[in-house]
Design a protein around this ligand. Sequence first.
Ligand SMILES: [Zn+2]
Length: 214
Amino acid sequence: MEATDNPALRIVGGHTGLDLVNTVEPRVPGAEPEKEHLNTPEELLEWAVRTRVVEPVEAREIQLVWQGEAALAAVLAIREALYAVLLARLNEEGGPILPYQPALEQLGTRYAAAVARGSLTLPPDSPKIGRLRLGDVAAFAVQDRLAAIAVDLLTRENIEDLRQCPLDEGGCGWLFLDRSRNHSRRWCAMADCGTRVKARRLTVKRRGRQLPPN
Ligand SMILES: [Zn+2]
């Protein structure tokens, strides 16, 4: 998905699980982010509608029945656990691998809770194939759907395509799936980090040229 109309937060991960991870800027392992986009239950719900985790009509119902702060805490736990696991997979070749077992357990527990609230149904349009529906309980819908999305990302997506906007080159550390044809996408979004880093390099170069020779 390309960057959308909201200038406050770009949606560029290519999977909602990655977009969840990318709700802090910059994404530096072990460091406090400069900007947190999910500060309140309202911000979470707004983000969930924007990323189509919930429909606008559902959001109204959720707001009436959920315990917003508890849901926010659950979602942030899912987010950080998912980030820890993805980071470990990114660093498998070369970099240090932080312990990610607790993060996997966290995700497993959250997913199990979602399944416990789920229901097995036979959809009217194809009653021969049963379907496990998760996230239908409004009070827990946001966290349960995001737990399912996190598990989907870890179990189904080709993690070979996972990239990190390069922090050591001035990028933001966000994660994204590189779906470009020749696997050459380097930045979360060329229009943002790529251009910014290039502009900065140009300024440094120009300044270098203006220095008087010694
Ligand atoms: Zn970036």
